[in-house]
Unconditional design. Structure first.
Length: 317
C-alpha cells in the first residue's frame, strides 16, 4: 500500500510552510559547502572504483559492474589482489610470495587488457595492485584511507545467503567499511540500471547519502527514487514530519515515497520484485537495520534483495 507518491519535481506550495524550519538548520547539510556539493554531483566517487579480485566467479561479476560504473562516473579503476601468505619457513614463504605475486599481476594485467580492448572502456585509467596480507583486513584498511572510493565485491548464493551474512569477506567489509560498498550476487549478469532506489530511515546522514545517490543516478543517466517503509511500530504523523523535513533539506528535489509494510525486508522485497534492474542504496547504521537483519534474517527476503546490486553507504551510530 502506497501512502505517499514519488516524484522528482519540487513542491513549491510546501516551501513557505516549512521555511522557518529549514532556516533554523544553520549547521545542517542544507547549508553544505557549494563546492563540495558540486564535486559530489560531478564525481560521486572521487577516490575511484576498486574491485578486489580473487579470480572467482564472484569477482568476475563484480568486475563488469565496477568497470561500467567507473566508465559512467569517469573514475579510475583499481584492481586489487591480496595474497594470503602460507605459514612456511621464511625462505619457502618468500619464494612462494614472489612466484604468486608475479602470477597474480599477470592475471590482473590480462583482465585489464581484456576490458581496455572493448571500445566503451578504452579510455579508462586502470591500476593494478597486488599485496600480501589477509583480504578482509587489507580491504578495510584501504577503505579507511580512501573513504570516497567505491569498492565493488561479489557475493555467492551457491553456499547460501547465510555465508554472506555470517563471516564472509564481503559481509565483514559491508559491516565495517569506511567507504561505500557495492555487493553483487554472482547469480547476476550485468544489465544497465533503470533506476537507483535509496531506502531511507530518516537518519541525520541520509541527506548526504541521498545527494550522493542522486549524483550517481545523474552519472548513470537513470531516475532516482526514495522510499521508506511505514511499519506498525512507527507513528504515522511523526514519519510525515520527518519526511517533510528531509524533503525540505533537499530543496524538494527528491520526494520520499511512503509504503506500508510489516517490516523493512518484506517491504523492500515486494518493492523490488517488479523492478529487477534496480540499484538499491542503503545507509549502514549499526544500531538499526543491519543489526536487526543479522539477528533476524528472513532467508527469502534476503535472497530477493540479493537479486539486485546493493550499495551500502557507511553511516554512524
Amino acid at each position: 500500500m502506497v501512502v505517499g507518491g514519488f516524484c522528482t519535481h519540487a513542491r513549491p506550495e510546501s516551501r513557505s510552510r516549512h521555511a522557518a524550519c529549514l532556516e533554523s538548520r544553520v549547521n545542517g547539510l542544507a547549508q553544505m559547502n557549494m563546492v563540495e556539493m558540486t564535486e559530489t554531483m560531478e564525481r560521486p566517487f572521487k577516490d575511484g572504483v576498486m574491485v578486489p579480485v580473487d579470480f572467482s566467479k564472484q569477482s568476475e561479476v563484480a568486475l563488469r559492474f565496477g568497470f561500467e560504473i567507473a566508465r559512467k562516473t569517469s573514475s579510475t579503476v583499481r584492481l586489487l589482489h591480496v595474497l594470503e601468505t602460507p605459514y612456511e619457513f621464511a625462505s619457502r614463504r618468500n619464494e612462494w610470495v614472489d612466484r604468486e605475486h608475479a602470477n597474480a599481476r599477470k592475471e590482473l594485467q590480462s583482465i585489464r587488457d581484456g576490458f581496455l580492448a572493448v571500445d566503451e572502456f578504452a579510455g579508462l585509467d586502470v591500476e593494478i595492485h597486488v599485496q600480501p596480507g589477509i583480504p578482509t583486513q587489507a580491504i578495510l584498511e584501504i577503505t579507511r584511507q580512501q573513504p570516497e572510493q567505491l569498492v565493488v565485491m561479489g557475493l555467492s548464493q551457491e553456499t547460501g545467503l547465510n555465508r554472506m551474512l555470517y563471516g564472509s569477506v564481503t559481509n565483514r567489509v559491508l559491516l565495517e567499511s569506511g567507504s561505500p560498498i557495492l555487493a553483487v550476487s554472482d547469480q547476476l549478469d550485468y544489465r544497465p540500471f533503470e533506476r537507483i532506489v535509496f531506502a531511507t530511515d530518516f537518519r541525520e546522514r541520509d541527506v548526504e547519502m541521498m545527494l550522493r545517490s542522486r549524483a550517481l543516478a545523474e552519472n548513470l543517466g537513470v531516475d532516482m527514487e526514495c522510499i521508506h517503509f511505514l511499519t506498525s511500530r512507527e507513528q504515522t504523523q511523526e514519519v510525515y514530519g520527518k519526511r517533510t523535513q528531509l524533503e525540505g533539506e533537499l530543496d524538494y528535489q527528491v520526494v520520499v515515497q511512503l509504503m506500508v509494510a510489516d517490516d523493512f525486508m518484506e517491504g523492500v522485497s515486494r518493492y523490488l520484485a517488479k523492478r529487477p534492474r534496480t540499484l538499491l542504496v542503503i545507509g549502514r547504521y549499526r544500531t538499526s537495520f543491519f543489526e536487526w537483519l543479522l539477528s533476524n534474517p528472513p532467508a527469502s527476503a534476503i535472497a530477493q534483495v540479493a537479486r539486485v546490486p546493493l550499495i551500502m553507504l557507511p553511516g554512524n551510530g
